[in-house]
Each structure stands twice: as structure tokens, then as C-alpha cells.
Ligand binder design. Structure first.
Ligand code: 5GP
Length: 177
């Protein structure tokens, strides 16, 4: 058990299990994209460890770049605006694979996909390390998925709780007393 801020977390998935799965995902991607040169768009901050581990096992030519998503409430409407920031590369006619840490409601990923599709990639697929199927509010086609999780808050392996925990090599889950 570990304590971060005011909460306790218990170990959930060990690093070795996570990294075995990431290697399998990388092999599958390398097979599917053979002869192509995909560009990976990793969504910061949470996907930095996933992206790094995946890249080491991708055996085809590829590129990677890192994006941020800014999420804020619009002052002119009641809707929440999600904006993709930091994309300098031209993805027109490119095979694009988005790398995300976790898909919860799916709302963030739906907005990211919508904005990237506007740039006319040749193909656009999603690779996510974790997903919580019960929390999904909009359908997301995840081409490469690491683990399906129950609907509980997790941290570690890149994911944080209020800034802390991203450096933990294993995945932890919130301890409910
Ligand atoms: P969505 O739009 O799918 O609801 O939210 C996706 C984002 O919420 C993820 O990229 C992640 O930053 C955050 N998130 C969702 N569930 C968790 C969780 O269990 N733990 C952490 N640390 N972040 C989460």
C-alpha cells in the first residue's frame, strides 16, 4: 500500500505484465504496418512511459511526436472545448496512430480523433494502454488495447493523481476502505 496526497493505493498490475503486453502490441502494429511508415502521436502527459516502451519494440520505420490536449470550459457556450496542441508535423496522407494512456468516458479521444481527421490523414487508429469499458459514454474504436479495467481510479506507469505517481513503475488502484 502507498499513500499519495490524502489517498491510499494498492498495487494492481505489475510492470512486467504491463510491458509484456506493450511488446505484444508493438509486434502487432509492426505486422499491420509493414511497408508503411506510420506516425505515432502520443498524448502527454500520461502516455510518456507507454510510448517509450512501445517504441523500443516497434520494428518498422516510424515517426513519433508528442501532443497535449487542453480542456477548458468555453466562456461563450456551456460546452467543454478540447483542443489538440503541439502538432507541427503535416499528417495529410499519413498513417497515424494515436497513443493514449487510458480511455475512460472516451470523450477526450472522440474530440482528438475529430480534430485529427480534419487534417486528412490516410488512416487514423487508436492504441490505448488501458480502457474502462463501463465508463464509456461514446463509442471509440480502439485498434490496439492493452488492458480492460474495472471502473476504478488508477495511477502509476505514467498516470497521476493530482501530479503525483507518474514515476511508479507498476499500476496502482485506489484503495476503498
Ligand atoms: P476521458 O475523456 O476518456 O473520460 O478521459 C481520459 C483522460 O482522463 C485520460 O487521458 C486520463 O488523463 C484521465 N483519466 C481517466 N481515468 C483515469 C484514471 O483512472 N486515473 C488517472 N490517473 N487518470 C485517468
Amino acid at each position: 500500500m502507498i499513500q499519495l496526497h490524502d489517498k491510499q493505493f494498492e498495487i494492481f498490475i505489475k510492470q512486467e505484465i504491463i510491458e509484456d503486453k506493450i511488446r505484444q502490441m508493438a509486434q502487432e502494429i509492426s505486422k499491420d504496418y509493414e511497408g508503411k511508415c506510420p506516425i505515432f502521436l502520443a498524448i502527454l502527459n500520461g502516455s510518456f512511459l507507454f510510448a517509450a516502451e512501445l517504441m523500443k519494440s516497434v520494428s518498422i520505420d516510424c515517426e513519433i511526436t508528442f501532443l497535449r490536449v487542453s480542456s477548458y470550459h468555453s466562456t461563450t457556450s456551456t460546452g467543454k472545448i478540447t483542443e489538440v496542441l503541439g502538432l507541427k508535423e503535416d499528417i495529410t496522407d499519413r498513417d497515424v496512430i494515436i497513443l493514449e494512456d487510458i480511455i475512460d468516458t472516451g470523450l477526450t479521444m472522440a474530440k482528438i480523433q475529430e480534430q485529427l481527421l480534419g487534417k486528412n490523414p490516410k488512416s487514423l487508429k487508436v492504441a490505448s494502454l488501458f480502457q474502462k469499458p463501463e465508463a464509456l459514454k461514446t463509442p471509440i474504436d480502439i485498434a490496439y488495447l492493452g488492458f480492460e479495467l474495472e471502473n476504478r481510479f488508477v495511477l502509476g506507469y505514467g498516470l497521476d493523481y493530482d501530479g503525483l505517481g507518474r514515476n511508479l513503475p507498476d499500476l496502482y488502484v485506489l484503495h476503498e476502505a
